[in-house]
Design a protein around this ligand. Sequence first.
Ligand code: G
Ligand code: G
Ligand code: MN
Ligand code: NA
Length: 254
Amino acid sequence: VQLEQGLRKAFERSELELYYQPKLDIFSNQITGMESLLRWNDEVLGSVSPAEFIPIAEETGLIIPIGKWVLEEACRQSKEWHKNGYSSIHVCVNISSKQFLQDDFVSMVEQILEETGLCPKFLNLEITEGIALYNVHDAVNKLEKLKQIGVSISLDDFGTGYSSLSYIKSLPIDFLKIDRSFIKDIILNYQDAAIIDSIISLAHSLGLKVVAEGVEAHQQLTALEQMGCDEIQGFYFAKPMANHDFAKFLGKKN
Ligand code: G
Ligand code: G
Ligand code: MN
Ligand code: NA
């Protein structure tokens, strides 16, 4: 309850913040985009991880207004970076299943793109397999509408749930993000390496691009490169940053 009230207040007082973590093309080493990540630094509670407060936001329904704000803020900020010359990077926004399941989800996304002026092809929505748990037909329908608009889709946390590749085949997605728990032991554990290698091959044969999350070491990068992974994200390259730091980071890269 303390956390819920704190979160509600923080949201009302505009104390939630978005950080951005770059995502790179593994071969060209160019930034292709960034993932927006919620941060909450409370006066009393200190910094609270989204891993802690997102579940509460989901239970209480607060995820609906917060999620809308996140989309608006990420699109607005991305448009800003485009105006400043970084016009080819896209933004990846985490979408909670509860948010995705709202009837008006697609029209909300459309409206935000219109209001912020961000071209739809620069928005990527990160969903998890939970969105299709109740109604696959409805999920596919929404995803297809989003793709028609020009928005791209990533399946996040891949490998942690129950998703089989046949399930993926039924969803119109563009990217698979391999969960960082698999990347962690890629060097030490040949089974994890074998799993990643086959996920990448299968994803490619289905026409999907693969993003590896949680890359922290050069050896992991090299292994992923050899497996043909397309993009990487992780502390090895950069941590999530506040927007002014991200702007500086963009400046340095070019
Ligand atoms: O950034 P960090 O590792 O602390 O994030 C922890 C978890 O919170 C991750 O699973 C991430 O997907 C989730 N998360 C971060 N920001 C958002 C957001 O804006 N919306 C939703 N739904 N989840 C988020
Ligand atoms: O579930 P999702 O993929 O949205 O979670 C993203 C989270 O992963 C973010 O909270 C981010 O802070 C975290 N993260 C990003 N890169 C790394 C990394 O290299 N190592 C670790 N441990 N966490 C990372
Ligand atoms: Mn994510
Ligand atoms: Na993930």
